[in-house]
Write a protein that binds this ligand. Structure first.
Ligand code: F3S
Length: 432
């Protein structure tokens, strides 16, 4: 039975309004399902509150079919429609379904865009920050170590826990929407120190020293440890935000990794002993030359034709450093008439790319810099795409399966070469 503080009892009793009451009711059901004994307070929530397709709105037609109806009945799982006030927690909207300007290029209808814009007005009116990205930590929401958060989006969750040392479980739409109102999440899982220790050891016996290599290592680690906590040790080169971003996204895709330790690198792993705490490693996996070659083969298993129709960059959403590199690599060149190139980022990062002239360099080359979404989330690829080239292990895991297309995994430079030539020529460079 979850114990409630006097303030939580008051919220549950309706003293802070009907919406907060419904949010608390949902959170109590959630806490009891988890067997949590109490709540933790959170003032950092990232979700997709109230946003819905016309189909979902139509489903709630009898209740008014609007944001209020969707938020009450879908997000809060309430049995009645209530007024939804401004959110009480610091709240952010994660990625959405289309670019606010380039939606027609993405194949979206004017009707879908009008629905998207209407939801966004409601989001803003409820005090939710429109970050519209899977990388909130580079677009205006950077938690601090130890901070209790309630985040959705597996790639953001693994970054939040592992790299920042903040604390979040991989929440869902309902729990994040309720947490935005009640500022509470169950004190369970990654919120508790005893569940943050390592469970498996991974020895890295080959040099892993660029984004492409960190992506492959992440994919290997996720496949090996599934949804447990790995402790990675060995020949890992300099860390960077981008390398962690790609590593974590890959590990969360091939497995369900929500937290990892890298010895001497991540904040809760100054030593191997600290990373494991009271746990004994259940097993040890080794990432060596053979494992690296095998992961490369797996990631390229859905590639057959070398005629590339589409290059997608920006999974997770590109940082400004990655956009600068893409602009540098394509400046003075042109995307092949047989191909297309879309690069995805957040609105905040795009504003910097605009100011630096990178958006124009990409556009002049025939590529688009898009925001808010990605091809997997929106199921949008250029018309007629049969073969895609991707510099993200996460995206090559999902996009070919979602769209029924072929996919290649390679470096950013190989992908941009493919966009400009229409041909895939990627190779696993041997450096071991
Ligand atoms: Fe982001 Fe889409 Fe990848 S939402 S993490 S770019 S699958």
């Amino acid at each position: 039975m979850v114990a409630l503080t006097p303030q939580e009892q008051a919220m549950l009793g309706g003293e802070e309004g009907a919406a907060v009451q419904k949010a608390m009711e949902l959170l109590v059901r959630y806490a009891e399902a988890l067997d949590a004994e109490r709540f933790v307070e959170t003032n950092n929530v990232a979700g997709v509150p109230g946003s819905s397709t016309p189909f979902v709105k139509d489903y709630y037609k009898a209740d008014g079919g609007d944001y209020r109806a969707v938020f009450s009945k879908f997000d809060l799982d309430a049995d009645e429609v209530v007024d939804v006030p401004r959110m009480n927690a610091y709240s952010c909207h994660l990625q959405g379904g289309m670019d606010p300007e380039l939606w027609a290029e993405q194949g979206m209808s004017a009707e879908a865009n009008a629905n998207f814009a209407a939801d966004e007005r409601e989001t803003a009116a409820h005090g939710i920050q429109i970050l519209k990205t899977c990388t909130p930590y580079i677009a205006g929401n950077v938690p601090v170590m130890g901070e209790h958060c309630a985040w959705m989006e597996s790639s953001a969750v693994v970054f939040c826990n592992s790299v920042i040392g903040a604390r979040t479980n991989c929440e869902g739409r309902e729990s994040t929407s309720a947490a935005m109102l009640a500022k509470r999440v169950p004190d369970w899982g990654f919120h508790r120190p005893e569940y943050r220790y390592g469970q498996y050891k991974v020895n890295v016996d080959v040099p892993v020293d660029d984004v492409f290599e960190w992506g492959m290592l992440g994919y290997f680690v996720g496949g090996a440890v599934e949804d447990t906590i790995p402790v990675i040790d060995g020949r890992i080169g300099q860390q960077s935000l981008i390398r962690h971003k790609h590593f974590g996204a890959a590990a969360a895709s091939s497995g369900g990794v929500e937290m990892y330790h890298m010895v001497g690198i991540t904040p809760e792993a100054p030593t191997l002993e600290t990373a494991f705490g009271p746990n004994a490693p259940r097993d040890t996996f080794t990432y060596d030359a053979a494992a690296r070659a095998s992961i490369y083969e797996t990631l390229n298993a859905v590639g057959s034709s070398t005629d590339v129709d589409y290059v997608m960059l920006g999974c997770p959403h590109y940082s400004i450093e990655q956009i600068a590199l893409a602009a540098h690599l394509i400046e003075g060149r042109k995307v092949s008439a047989n191909s297309a190139m879309w690069v995805f980022t957040s609105r905040a990062v795009k504003a910097t790319a605009d100011a630096n002239g990178y958006t124009k360099i990409l556009r002049d080359a025939g590529a688009f810099l898009m925001t808010d979404t990605c091809s997997s989330i929106s199921a949008a690829v250029p018309k007629g795409t049969r073969v895609a080239a991707l510099d993200s292990a996460k995206q090559v895991h999902y996009l070919p399966a979602i769209m029924g297309i072929e996919g290649w995994y390679g470096t950013t430079a190989e992908c941009i070469d493919a966009a400009c030539t229409g041909k895939w020529a990627g190779q696993l460079a041997s450096r071991v």
